[in-house]
Design a binder for this molecule. Structure first.
Ligand code: GLU
Length: 389
């Protein structure tokens, strides 16, 4: 079993050249500020890989945590503007720590702060991408964080796990390594269940993986394991393997690249989801929810159909035509994500009705479908078999 896993990893990583490493706040922060042991070990590994021709992009959390340490806060403040203020205080300290650590190796780093809005906008997306590629071609390590001080909730990535998956996709990287404070994904929460077992390999992410993960982060983190699995799904659906592992392990990056068995490896999906559907489901902010009946679930999952108003039983949140929304079954399980053709208030009027009634009820009709199949990504069960028309 071990050998097979190790082979699996070695094969997978054989041709990896560009790697995104995400380091979480929990591992980067120590009692008196930054955890210099971790930062130095990470820096050593990154510089080692860089000298062997790898291109490394670091997505680093830790700004809010560093701000908290500076200001003597034990707990994250609740208010958004306080968190943003903490990030403003901590971000420069974070970069200073990296400047120092990488400086010892004579390696230059560059700070990139982005928001989800930047990736939604094609021109800004391309600008960010070109800048990263230029830095890499100069041998510089881009260090990316969310631009916490300017974002409001609905345009936030929310957590850097999500951001790191988007960066991996944007830069067509060959591996995403998420470094956290536990060994990987367990079949239960290891903080509460001593018998929980680490899952070394995941072929395909399913809803049971989300169920065994907790969304409760450590004191300094944001997303918990659930957001890491969501990030893994985003990246693997684009054909990028993901490793979630313990960032406290010495020389963890070197170990990963040697194919050593560590953490949980999520295999890339061979039939990657096409870019447009991926963008609809994973890059854009999700603005609301459409609840559908069992017949509609079957029509979407089994029969490859579009979503019609007749299958809609409820709407939650406020959204406009063209927004991305989540489609859930009666029990709240996600079935799909799609770009909707009617606003939430219009949907409230036409839900449950035959498409023939749309015009009569609204006085106009965009389409028979609420969400056309071309704008819909099925996210429950069957991954990566969605082609773009
Ligand atoms: N951007 C946040 C920070 O630097 C981190 C978000 C996260 O923990 O995922 O503190």
């Amino acid at each position: 079993m071990e050998d097979k896993l190790t082979n699996n990893r070695t094969n997978l990583l054989k041709n990896a050249r560009r790697i995104v490493i995400k380091a979480g706040s929990g591992i980067l922060t120590g009692d008196n500020g930054f955890n210099s042991t971790i930062i130095n070990s990470l820096t050593n590994d990154i510089c080692d890989l860089r000298s062997r021709g790898f291109e490394i992009i670091l997505v680093s959390s830790g700004a809010i945590a560093a701000g908290m340490k500076k200001m003597g806060y034990e707990k994250k403040p609740d208010g958004i503007s306080e968190k943003q203020a903490m990030a403003a205080i901590g971000q420069s300290r974070l970069m200073m720590a990296y400047e120092k650590a990488f400086g010892r190796h004579g390696v230059t780093v560059a700070q990139i702060l982005i928001t989800r809005d930047d990736l939604n906008n094609r021109r800004r997306y391309l600008n960010a991408r070109n800048t990263i590629f230029t830095l890499l071609s100069w041998g510089i390590i881009p260090i990316i964080n969310e631009n916490d001080t300017v974002v409001i909730d609905e345009i936030k990535f929310g957590d850097n796990d999500n951001l790191s998956a988007m960066v991996a996709n944007m830069t067509e990287s060959n591996l995403l390594a998420i470094l956290t404070d536990i060994d990987g994904l367990y079949d239960d929460d290891p903080r509460t269940n001593k018998n929980a077992k680490l899952i070394p390999l995941i072929n395909k992410i399913s809803s049971s993986h989300f169920q065994s993960a907790t969304s409760v982060p450590g004191a300094l983190g944001t997303g918990g394991m659930a957001s890491k699995i969501a990030a893994a799904r985003k990246a693997t659906l684009k054909g990028i393997p993901v490793i979630i592992t313990n960032g406290y392990t010495k020389n963890i990056i070197r170990k990963i690249m040697k194919g050593e068995e560590t953490g949980t490896l999520f295999l890339p999906q061979t039939k990657a989801v096409c870019g447009r559907k991926h963008w609809i489901a994973f890059t854009r902010a999700i603005k609301g929810k459409i609840i559908i009946d069992d017949g509609a679930v079957k029509a979407l999952i089994k029969n490859g159909k579009s979503l019609l108003p007749s299958g809609v039983i409820g709407v939650s949140g406020r959204f406009n035509r063209g927004d991305s929304v989540q489609i859930v079954d009666r029990n709240g399980n996600e079935t799909a994500v799609g770009m909707v053709d009617y606003s939430s208030s219009e949907l409230d009027i036409i839900k449950g009705l035959n498409s023939r009634k749309i015009e009569e009820m609204l006085g106009f009709k965009h389409n028979d479908e609420i969400i056309h199949r071309d704008n819909l990504l099925i996210t429950s069960g069957q991954d990566g078999d969605e082609t773009c028309q």
